[in-house]
Design a protein around this ligand. Structure first.
Ligand code: AMP
Ligand code: MG
Length: 411
């Protein structure tokens, strides 16, 4: 166990992320789900195309199917011999001099290799007049042009999007094998905490972190167990942790991670698990505990509400994504012009809460969302991004470029 909490040594966030990433193993176990409940789940194996997509050559337009050998240098006429509807093909073979009325998605008849848009022809009963510049092999969707039979339709570890579900369904696949959900228990610690709805006495506060964490954890890949508030009682915290470790993959706590007199988490974890306590050079969110209790991963987050959110988003989220088997754990970051001054002392990397605006498509400005204290939820609520300020950076003047990270976008 590394006890860096008593020392003034600060580790970088990248070091903390690397330590955690090295310690995590992808969770074992998967389940088979029907497509309609598979959105945002992670494939545990690749999906192979059972057939070509599209499965047959068809028209991409409403028009007339014909053989390009009939095209002439001047305008010309072909005789319509039938109709190919979507779902009701024209089964005869097209002979020279003939054409077939065809609709979008309808099978291209045998003998045809081209479709002309209906707007470009003149129709005189069954005599169809084609213009001089009629082009060959247009408006056709070739068999297998999207995906070839036995090609990889979707790779393993892909998080299923709406498009993926459409792709699978178009290939006739109605079930997928996905990673099982991560079982995550969380609780708040602190004698001062009362549930929303109760009457507070002097010095008590409402337990807001549990609402925040529940919302942050709400994800199709998670099965979440809210264990409530545990008072700063060593025996109770110990019992809750041991019990939760039996049936969860991850435990997340908020509060009690620093070394105040009532901060039992560290003491308890020394007894029942293997946990490192770090002071991370980030603001908000300096103290963090990470380790395991009997094979269950443990994240001890700080108590201050904005610290909980920042450490969850910056440290726990990539870890949970890794556990889910997702390779994409890097948040999207880009530069924007900062329109307000920012105040910062060198020493810790800061994740200031900012308001990002798009001035014209592709051009962004950002300003501070307000007071930056780790207890200031109102500024966090106004924010839609983090402004990242490097560890050794100082104040930022209005007009300078800064790095921003919109909430919840990953590459
Ligand atoms: P701690 O890390 O336990 O020392 O808590 C740091 C600060 O966060 C204190 O002001 C706590 O009252 C506050 N805090 C801890 N847990 C919560 C919670 N669940 N909801 C709101 N504030 C909290
Ligand atoms: Mg506390």
């Amino acid at each position: 166990m590394t006890d860096l909490c008593h020392s003034n040594f600060l580790i970088s966030i990248n070091q903390a992320l690397e330590n955690i990433s090295t310690a995590l193993a992808v969770l074992h176990g998967d389940e088979i789900l029907s497509l309609h409940i598979a959105q945002a789940r992670v494939l545990s194996e690749q999906c192979v195309a059972p057939s070509d997509l599209p499965a047959f050559a068809n028209s991409s337009m409403d028009g007339y199917a014909f053989n390009s050998a009939d095209i002439q240098t001047t305008d010309f006429e072909l005789i319509q011999t039938g109709i190919s509807w979507a779902g009701r093909p024209f089964f005869s073979k097209l002979e020279r001099g003939q054409c077939v009325r065809i609709f979008t998605g309808a099978v291209l008849p045998l003998g045809a290799d081209s479709v002309i848009m209906q707007e470009l022809v003149e129709v005189n009963e069954i005599r169809i007049h084609f213009p001089a510049n009629t082009q060959a092999q247009k408006n056709i969707r070739v068999k297998g042009e999207d995906v070839k039979q036995y090609d990889c339709l979707l790779p393993a570890a892909k998080q299923l999007t709406a498009v993926d579900l459409g792709l699978l369904a178009s290939a006739g696949i109605y079930e997928v094998r996905v990673k099982r959900k991560i079982r995550i228990a969380f609780f708040s610690t602190g004698d001062e905490l009362r549930p929303v709805g109760s009457v507070l006495t002097e010095g008590q506060i409402y337990d807001s972190n549990r609402y925040t964490l529940a919302a942050l954890l709400d994800n199709p890949c998670h099965e979440v167990n809210d264990l409530g508030v545990i008072t700063d009682d060593k025996a109770q915290i110990r019992q809750s942790l041991l019990l939760a470790a039996q049936s969860n993959d991850v435990i997340i706590t908020s509060g009690g991670a620093s070394v105040g007199d009532a901060d039992y988490i560290k003491e308890i974890l020394d007894e029942i698990g293997q946990v490192d306590f770090w002071k991370i050079a980030i603001k908000p969110g300096k103290p963090l505990a990470f380790g395991h209790i009997q094979g269950c991963y443990f994240f001890g987050l700080p108590g201050n509400p904005i610290s909980v959110i920042a450490t969850y988003q910056q440290i726990v989220t990539p870890a949970l994504r890794q556990l889910s088997g997702l390779s994409s754990t890097t948040p999207i970051r880009f530069k924007a012009i900062c329109t307000s001054p920012l105040y910062k002392s060198p020493g810790r990397m800061e994740f200031q809460r900012g308001i990002l605006s798009q001035i014209v498509p592709g051009e962004f400005t950002v300003c501070s969302a307000g007071k930056q204290g780790s207890n200031i939820l109102s500024a966090g609520s106004r924010a839609n991004c983090y402004i990242l300020l490097g560890r050794e950076e100082g104040n930022v003047a209005a007009g300078e470029q800064v790095l921003v990270e919109p909430f919840n976008l990953f590459l």
